[in-house]
Design a protein around this ligand. Structure first.
Ligand SMILES: Nc1ncnc2c1ncn2[C@@H]1O[C@H](COP(=O)(O)OP(=O)(O)O)[C@@H](O)[C@H]1O
Ligand SMILES: [Mg+2]
Length: 234
């Protein structure tokens, strides 16, 4: 199976060349652990390689995402302007919907997005999809409903050949009993924790699951620098 670069130095080598093309990866972690930046590396490298990307963003506006990329050496402006990168503003629809509800006292039809509906947001010919963050779609779902919806979405994206990063915040991930792990091809977890010897906070990522890939269940320490995520040498 074809591999596609993660965009992070040193990580492709650990993954026998990168993510599997057309498969879904789940990225989980608490707020501020580095999930969005991790996905921006993937988008940036994919755009560099001429792949058509879409970022479905629920928490940030495109301007903020582009700015964050820019200060980390991941300048996506050119690709956003020439259309290789689409940023779908689910964040704004959500705010709009809440606003309409307040104004008129009822849900505005057509704006309520459920997980499988996200397929309609992805244009033809897309190679890479990042959804940041699927947690917002789980708030009104039981764990079972979430599992069903997520399976449908993941299956549809597989069929269409999209290589996908599903970002999910730890709160939603734990609320749905961590079942999102079962549907996906691979899973990457982010944590920030204190080093008991130095009392300093440190960043780690681990890859507990990557099907079809010979990978040790290791934990990798990393830093976020002005050039983005830098894995510490093993
Ligand atoms: N230029 C930078 N230099 C160092 N650290 C940065 C820089 N920009 C962002 N960060 C760190 O990245 C964190 C946010 O990462 P992000 O990927 O947005 O987290 P998440 O998506 O998991 O909430 C910030 O809290 C900050 O600590
Ligand atoms: Mg984020």
């Amino acid at each position: 199976m074809e591999r596609i670069s993660t965009g992070i130095d040193g990580l492709d080598a650990k993954l026998s060349g990168g993510y599997l093309k057309g498969k879904g990866i789940l990225v989980t972690g608490a707020s501020g652990t580095g999930k969005t930046i991790f996905a921006l590396h993937f988008i940036y490298k994919s755009c560099l390689d001429g792949k058509k990307c879409i970022l479905i963003a629920t928490e940030e506006i495109p301007e903020d995402i582009l700015y964050q990329g820019g200060i980390l050496g991941l300048d996506l402006n050119k690709y956003y302007e020439n259309g290789l990168l689409t940023i779908e503003r689910v964040f704004e629809s959500r705010s709009y919907q809440a606003d309409q509800k307040k104004k008129y006292g009822f849900e505005t039809e057509g704006l309520d997005v459920d997980l499988p509906n996200l397929t309609n947001s992805v244009p033809e010919g897309t190679d890479v999809v990042v959804i940041d963050n699927i947690g917002v779609f789980t708030l009104r779902l039981t764990a079972q409903d979430f599992r069903e919806q997520f399976d449908v979405l993941n299956y549809t994206f597989n069929k269409k050949g999209y290589t996908t990063i599903f970002i999910m915040d730890d709160t939603a991930y734990n609320m749905t009993h961590r079942i999102a792990d079962y549907s996906v091809y691979g899973s990457v977890k982010f944590v920030v924790k204190e080093n008991p010897y130095t009392d300093k906070m440190e960043r780690y990522l681990s890859i507990p699951k990557m099907r079809s890939t010979d990978i040790l269940p290791d934990v990798y320490k990393f830093e976020i620098t002005s050039e983005g995520i830098k894995l510490n040498k093993p």
